[in-house]
Design a protein around this ligand. Structure first.
Ligand code: NAD
Ligand code: ZN
Length: 355
């Protein structure tokens, strides 16, 4: 697979990734390597990763508990402390081996330790390969507010090795798949078409799709690194998706819903809004709804739930001057940003989602 170039870093695939790592990780460049893992990537990914890592530099491992719950400043303080205790200096480098939680937090910790040391991202979930690891956003949550603290800074490199996906649970695979479908819907109809017959994911084919998804995210980011305009298209499905996700997070005794599963529903709902605003054709809408429903289990929403979710939209980070802003589709493969939508239409979208 061909290397993809970000603004100031490269995204390497497979064996080429480990070769590039070996050339980056020379004792003349770095004093010490710190590999950040969580309890799962420590078990499933670290032994394989170490067996592929060719370097003479001393390595230290820092292991965190898994999960979004730990993506906060308290954990950062622990990691900064560990780096300091293990004698990290300004020539040290952090390798983030894990999903989006590890890459977001590890990137942030590296960018702030001693005013910034280098880091490399090695994503191990589908979602982090096609999304979290690409584009230079790093950060942590502030209480229940997601990604409130952070900064944009690119890694030294990103290494994509789809071997890691062999141990990833099916629901986590589906979560990443939602972002890939999104890439097709907002940017590339041909990419979307490839998912039409994809009930079970075949790994060879998957690698190609991952490569294209990364290319799409990267192309969008390159046009607008600081998200002042075009980059916002990546939020398609996420205005309602985030509200749905927050609702089910708060009700954690009920259904547990992964980010991508909430975004999948968000994409159907926001496609409906696009159709009602006379942007998207009826045919395109029906196709989107059909394909997503084939791949994702439908979520059941009571009337009370819908009202709470709609209230949650007021907390969306994209809102400006109190207006809820949506990314809508003009057709499969083309999106438009900063669209206001009437509340009654959002209720109507949920009604339509149910049938
Ligand atoms: P995650 O990092 O929590 O990983 C999901 C689960 O899979 C965890 O339990 C993890 O331990 C486990 N895991 C990871 N790799 C594994 C493997 N190879 N085999 C078995 N288990 C494995 O979550 P995620 O879905 O990867 O990422 C979600 C995070 O990414 C969120 O915090 C979100 O805010 C962030 N994100 C950031 C960006 C960005 O641009 N920076 C974009 C999208 C999402
Ligand atoms: Zn997302």
């Amino acid at each position: 697979m061909q290397t993809i170039s970000g603004n100031n870093y490269d995204i390497f695939f497979g064996a080429k990734g480990y070769e590039s790592l070996a050339t980056i990780l020379l004792p003349s460049h770095y004093s010490k390597i710190f590999i950040l893992v969580d309890e799962n990537t420590s078990q499933y990914c670290l032994p394989y990763f170490l067996s592929n890592l060719a370097t003479d530099i001393e390595i230290e491992i820092i292991e965190l508990e898994a999960g979004e719950l730990h993506k906060n400043i308290t954990t950062c303080t622990e990691v900064w402390g560990a780096l300091s205790e293990l004698r990290a200096d300004r020539k040290s480098i952090v390798l983030n081996l894990g999903g989006g939680v590890i890459s977001d937090l590890g990137g942030f910790v590296a960018c702030t330790f001693m005013r910034g040391i280098d880091f490399i991202t090695i994503p191990t979930t589908l979602l982090s390969m096609v999304d979290a690891a690409i584009g230079g956003k790093n950060g942590v949550d502030l209480e229940h507010l997601k990604n409130q603290i952070g900064l944009i800074r690119e890694p030294k490199a990103v290494i994509i090795d789809t071997q890691f996906l062999s141990t990833l649970p099916a629901n986590e695979m589906r979560s990443g798949l939602a972002e890939m479908l999104k890439h097709g819907l907002i940017y590339d109809a041909e990419h979307w078409n490839k998912f039409k017959n994809l009930k079970t994911l075949n790994t060879d084919y998957l690698e190609e799709l991952i490569h294209r998804s990364i290319q799409i995210k990267n192309e969008i980011v390159l046009q607008d690194i600081y998200e002042s305009n075009v980059r916002k298209v990546l939020n398609f499905g996420h205005t309602l998706g985030h509200a749905i996700e927050s609702y089910f997070l708060a009700k954690n005794n009920e259904t547990t819903l992964l980010h991508g599963e909430a975004v999948a529903a968000g994409m159907i709902l926001e496609s409906f809004l696009s159709k009602e605003q006379k942007l998207l054709s009826q045919e395109d809408y029906q196709e989107i709804k059909y394909i997503i429903n084939e791949l994702f289990e439908r979520i059941s929403f009571s009337n009370e739930t819908i009202a709470t979710i709609i209230d949650l939209l007021h907390f969306d980070k994209k809102n400006t001057f109190g207006e809820i802003q949506f990314v809508l589709l003009e057709k499969i493969g083309t999106a438009t940003i900063n669209r206001n939508v009437d509340k009654t239409l959002i209720y109507k979208a949920f009604e339509d989602y149910k049938c």
